[in-house]
Design a protein around this ligand. Structure first.
Ligand code: SAM
Length: 305
């Protein structure tokens, strides 16, 4: 039988942790927290990251070596590290807002090496479920982020997310904030929609979904080039992610993504990109190049609305 589209959404290197998750966590480990100058944005990252990446990020944070490395990263990675750091800041703020608005539990979908549950004081007592592949969670399990955090092993393309969450104690009657950061670009549309079906069915009214998605343009560098050169650059970008074992299978225009959210009963209250995150949370870190991944913040409508 031919594989369904959902079946194709499998990390190519099943025995390795997600390499994109390692990379984005390393960027956070090396970045400063704008609210606490000189402190790492993610002081727990080097502990959860696999050795030797964790050891390298800790060593490289030494002040004397940090600035040159940061500049090298910013320019060498064509804006990717800026993008990830700003994305994390934006979602940190959105999570706090969601808790203030009444959400009382957190699910992190495709959590990778996200350490929010351990590093944000506002989440210290919030029941949290982190969902990801077994290969990535094998490393995450070695450094627990707290008794309030449970790791739930799920492949979005194959497994029953709802059953696994409920088995792990998730309460569908409690307003939930869902974080789905940097994951949908790697999922075929069918896997994203199937996951959204579950997330929506498990979301009490006033739950919030913080989800990033990437649009087909990919980056402002491609925007600046014309015709064939822009297309070739996009092909190179696709090949790069494919080589990491995580092909970009789910790029989607904004209007289509919003329509899918609306169809699932979500109202988009904010949709923003990296320049906006920079203006809001770190004006001195305007991204050197804009990656076209956006953050949609959506609220679950009550059934009667
Ligand atoms: C770019 S990383 C982002 C990790 C984390 N959200 C962050 O921003 O630090 C993508 C994550 O999605 C997870 N992922 C991708 N496809 C998945 C699937 N089909 N099922 C479960 N997890 C998946 C990967 O294992 C990885 O941890």
């Amino acid at each position: 039988m031919a594989p369904s589209p959902r079946d194709t959404a499998v990390a190519m290197y099943d025995h390795l942790p997600s390499l994109t998750a390692v990379a984005v966590s390393a960027f956070r480990a090396l970045a400063d927290d704008p609210a606490r100058p000189g402190e790492a944005l993610d002081p727990l990252a080097h502990r959860v990251l696999p050795w030797p990446v964790g050891a390298a990020t800790e060593a490289l944070r030494a002040p004397a070596r940090h600035e040159p490395l940061r500049s090298l990263l910013r320019w060498g990675l064509l804006g990717l590290s800026d993008h990830v750091v700003l994305r994390t800041l934006a979602i940190d703020h959105a999570v706090r807002d969601a808790l203030t608005a009444g959400c009382r539990q957190l699910v992190v979908l495709g959590a990778g090496f996200d350490t929010r549950a351990g590093r944000l004081p506002a989440l210290a007592a919030v029941p949290t479920w982190e969902v990801d592949h077994a290969a990535t969670q094998r490393f995450k399990r070695r450094v627990p982020l707290g008794d309030h955090v449970r790791l739930v092993t799920v492949d979005f393309a194959r497994d029953d997310l709802a059953a696994r969450l409920v088995d792990a104690g998730f309460d569908a009657a409690t307003p939930t904030v869902w974080i789905w950061e940097g994951v949908t670009p790697y999922l075929p549309a069918a896997a994203t929609v199937a996951t959204l079906d579950v997330v929506s069915a498990l979301s009490a009214p006033d739950s919030q979904l913080l989800v990033t998605y990437a649009t087909p343009e990919m980056s402002s560098l491609a925007d600046r080039l014309r015709g064939g050169r822009a297309e070739r650059l996009r092909v190179v970008g696709h090949l790069g992610f494919r080589a990491l074992g995580e092909p970009l299978a789910g790029l989607v225009p904004t209007e289509v993504f919003h329509a899918v959210l609306a169809h699932h009963g979500w109202s988009v209250t904010d949709d923003s990109d990296a320049p906006t995150w920079s203006r809001r949370w770190q004006p001195d870190r305007a991204p050197v190049l804009v990656i076209h991944e956006r953050l949609a913040v959506a609220t679950r409508r009550s059934p009667s609305a």
